[in-house]
Design a protein around this ligand. Structure first.
Ligand SMILES: Cc1cc2nc3c(=O)[nH]c(=O)nc-3n(C[C@H](O)[C@H](O)[C@H](O)COP(=O)(O)OP(=O)(O)OC[C@H]3O[C@@H](n4cnc5c(N)ncnc54)[C@H](O)[C@@H]3O)c2cc1C
Length: 308
């Protein structure tokens, strides 16, 4: 086992890097352990809603976060996936896939989430080239375009409505009737004249050249009827999967696997905090994850002072 640190941060996306910067500035003895650097932001084409930048690519923003974090001497273990987090004899112990163990008095989980994928041909190839998992982020890139939105829940409907003010035509495709809030979501979508509802279909494949050019859809569940739609973009809005499995049994989660936190990022387990997309925070955005990362360090600092 490595030496016991004061604070351990799991994950190195916006929440984790912000937490690391705040912790280092408070001279907390901190270690950060993460599978990669940047998290979902690394895979984001263009960002127009992170304050201070009118437009920035995901990799550029990650470089800025990272450069700021690297100004400080922070012990970093990158390329290390945490497979189990326990509390043993008053310390948090994280085990990684490579068999290492890290221990700390307090821990902040910032392991984020991954968007659920359709798992169809063309999806990986056109990711960032017309295939998007975030309308709030990418809708403005589709001005006057024709797009498909896949999903039938709140996020799919709210994305369709958001896109209806920017794109010229939206196909809203879901395998079954919408499961979304009647007011205002369903009402807004119904009122939007450029949204065409396609129910009882799933996406079979995404095609294109350099960028997305169209999709094939088929009936669900029978799969006996196919249609081709010409689209410039596909928004996959079928939910997020939190990266929280390693903490099962230690901390309370909701039915989706999101870690329950209060507004100070307390999880209910003394010394354990969580921030960003891995939590029950309603909106999943960079600025929100970063903000929560900062709050988590404030709370962890208070905990460390009190538990001396
Ligand atoms: C395609 C796309 C575009 C987006 N565009 C925008 C946008 O324009 N504007 C905006 O505000 N938001 C956007 N978002 C949302 C935004 O990226 C997220 O809200 C934000 O990245 C969440 O930050 P986070 O730090 O909580 O988690 P993440 O970014 O998910 O980072 C999680 C970190 O934890 C690590 N990790 C995960 N599991 C483990 C494990 N078991 N062990 C160790 N490390 C682990 C990961 O490697 C990663 O470093 C977009 C999301 C996507 C998918």
């Amino acid at each position: 086992m490595q030496p016991v640190h004061e604070l351990m941060i799991l994950g190195c996306g916006p929440a984790g890097m912000t937490a690391a910067i705040y912790a280092a500035r408070k001279r907390i003895d901190v270690v950060i352990i993460s599978d990669d650097v940047g998290g979902q932001v690394s895979t984001t084409f263009g960002i127009e809603n992170y304050p201070g930048f009118q437009y920035v690519t995901g990799p550029e923003l990650v470089d800025k976060f990272r450069a700021q974090m690297n100004q400080f001497e922070i012990e970093q273990h990158l390329g290390e996936k945490v497979v189990k987090l326990n509390k043993q004899e008053g310390y948090f112990v994280a085990q990684t896939i490579s068999g290492k163990e890290y221990a700390a008095k307090a821990c902040i989980i910032t392991t984020g989430a991954k968007p659920k994928q359709l798992g169809v041909p063309g999806e990986d190839k056109y990711r960032g080239k017309g295939v998007s998992y975030c309308a709030t982020c990418d809708a403005p890139l589709f001005a006057d375009a024709t797009v498909a939105v896949v999903g039938g829940g709140n996020s799919a409907l709210s994305s369709s409505f958001e896109l209806s003010r920017i794109a010229s035509k939206i196909y809203l495709i879901s395998r079954r009737e919408w499961r979304a809030d009647e007011a205002p979501l369903i009402e807004n979508v119904k009122a939007a004249r450029n949204i065409e509802k396609i129910i009882g279909y799933v996406v079979e494949a995404i095609a294109g050249e350099e960028m997305v050019k169209g999709i094939t859809i088929k009936t669900f569940p029978k799969g006996d009827e196919y249609k081709s739609l010409t689209v410039d973009g596909v928004f996959v809005e079928i939910g997020l999967l939190p990266n929280s499995d390693f903490a099962r049994g230690l901390v309370q989660m909701n039915e989706r696997g999101e870690i329950l936190v209060d507004c100070d990022t307390w999880t209910g387990v003394p010394g354990l905090f969580a921030a960003g997309d891995v939590t029950t925070v309603k909106d999943k955005q960079i600025v929100i994850a970063s903000g929560q990362g900062a709050v988590a360090v404030m709370s962890a600092f208070e905990y460390l002072l009190k538990s001396r």
